[in-house]
Design a protein around this ligand. Structure first.
Ligand code: COA
Length: 383
């Protein structure tokens, strides 16, 4: 029998630098600041494709033809409804002050019970469930936000893009083209990012051959953390607090660094330079700020960024500018991470489909640092 207490052959704290599996979905060059989905540069995708095209690309490995895109769009539109029981759960059994990611994590888990295919592990059924999950989460997020504000739930139009219908359900009115375009670009930018913590979590759960809902529920839990998807909320809270207190962005950075505290939206495990998604989000923020005549969030963000860069050599990540983009779109701060999840659902499910196409249980070793050889003292004699 294998000696399970023997040290693992290699050890890296936080699995930093460890290559855990092979994948053809996403490539990141952290030194150059390069990000590719299925071989396409993120800048090209953000400027020239929609979220639905990117979803198809991630799931199928190639950009869709017009007919394929029309077919996927129709499937996503058709799947936007959610079981009435789930809406009742959000209305009657979810406190209005529930943390949105906690509410959504539970709602997604509950969806399994309403999906006749939930235990069907065929590739075809798992693809259909990937579409279903991607289509239903925007409806759940919008419904939760309206219910907690005492408003009527707005049913999906079941037309237009994911971005369009989501903004419609959230606000109860059809969005203008600019808002739809910005939301769509944000969804493209957050869709996939290799083996980040939530995607890895999804693949670990999927590797046990548990169903897709189990894996996605786990991924939601991982994304919620402030070191991962939760950072965008903290970025906005920081900017709002600075605006209210009058403390300068520079003084804030100095104070945080002196206290050895982290500045949210800055730094990345993989990127050693500017996250390429932040470049595009900054552009979106600049356009939106000019349109709204409200430049202060961009200015504060830029000062924070340049000060941390000068002092620590660290640069902005995806969460840094997306926070102000969502703020200027009028979205509640605590919905930023659920919106990240709406987008990342495509990446998570693409990775699960890949995992199951050639599954191996993911089960690393731990480097044991505890004692050995202890013997049990009878309970009455333990002091
Ligand atoms: N603010 C200030 N210092 C930071 C920092 C930040 N946001 N991120 C990293 N650092 C510093 C650390 O203090 C440490 O400095 P030291 O060597 O002087 O002690 C060094 O950079 C390495 O940081 P560490 O946390 O060990 O690196 P990591 O690879 O584990 O961290 C993150 C990656 C993303 C967890 C980290 O950068 C972070 O916490 N960022 C803020 C949260 C965030 O924006 N998350 C979203 C990621 S997309």
């Amino acid at each position: 029998m294998a000696d399970l207490s023997a040290p693992a052959p290699t050890f890296a704290r936080g699995l930093a630098g460890v290559t855990a599996l092979e994948s053809s979905i996403c490539f990141i060059d952290g030194e150059k600041g390069e990000l590719l989905y299925r071989g396409y540069d993120i800048d090209d995708l953000a400027r020239n494709t929609t979220f639905e095209e990117v979803a198809y690309l991630l799931w199928k490995g190639a950009l869709p033809t017009q007919a394929e895109l029309d077919d996927l769009t129709a499937q996503l539109q058709a799947e936007r409804t959610v079981p009435p029981d789930l809406l009742d759960h959000l209305r009657h059994h979810t406190p209005a002050d529930a943390e949105p990611m906690a509410a959504m994590r539970t709602a997604l888990s509950m969806l399994a019970a309403y999906d006749a295919e939930s235990e069907d592990m065929s590739p075809e059924a798992n693809y259909r469930k990937s579409i279903r999950l991607t289509a239903k989460l925007p409806t759940l997020v919008a419904a939760f936000d309206r219910i907690r504000k005492g408003k009527e739930v707005v049913a999906p139009l079941q037309e237009g893009s994911t971005a369009y219908d989501f903004l419609y359900m959230l606000n109860g009115e059809r969005p203008g083209p600019a808002a739809e375009e910005i939301m769509d670009a944000a969804l493209v930018l957050h869709a996939e990012h290799s083996l980040n913590a939530s995607t890895f979590t999804a693949r670990v759960i999927g590797s046990t051959l548990a169903d897709i809902y189990s894996a996605i529920t786990g991924a939601m839990g991982a994304l919620k953390g402030p070191l991962h998807g939760g950072a965008n909320i903290e970025v906005m809270e920081t900017l709002l607090a600075l605006d209210a207190s009058g403390e300068t962005a520079q003084a804030y950075v100095e104070r945080k660094l002196a206290a050895k505290e982290k500045i949210m939206g800055i730094g990345h495990r993989v990127y050693k330079t500017l996250d390429p998604r932040a470049t595009i989000l900054r552009e979106l923020l600049r356009g939106l700020s000019e349109e709204k005549g409200e430049m202060k969030w961009l200015e504060m963000s830029d000062t924070i960024r340049t000060t941390v860069k000068e002092r620590k050599g660290l640069d902005a990540n995806v969460d840094f500018y997306s926070a102000s983009v969502y703020y200027l779109l009028g979205i509640e701060t605590d919905l930023y991470t659920p919106i990240f999840a709406i987008s990342r659902m495509t990446g998570w499910t693409a990775h699960l489909l890949e995992q199951w196409s050639d599954n191996a249980l993911i089960r690393p070793r731990a480097q044991y640092t505890g004692p050995r050889g202890l013997t049990v003292t009878p309970l009455a004699e333990r002091g």
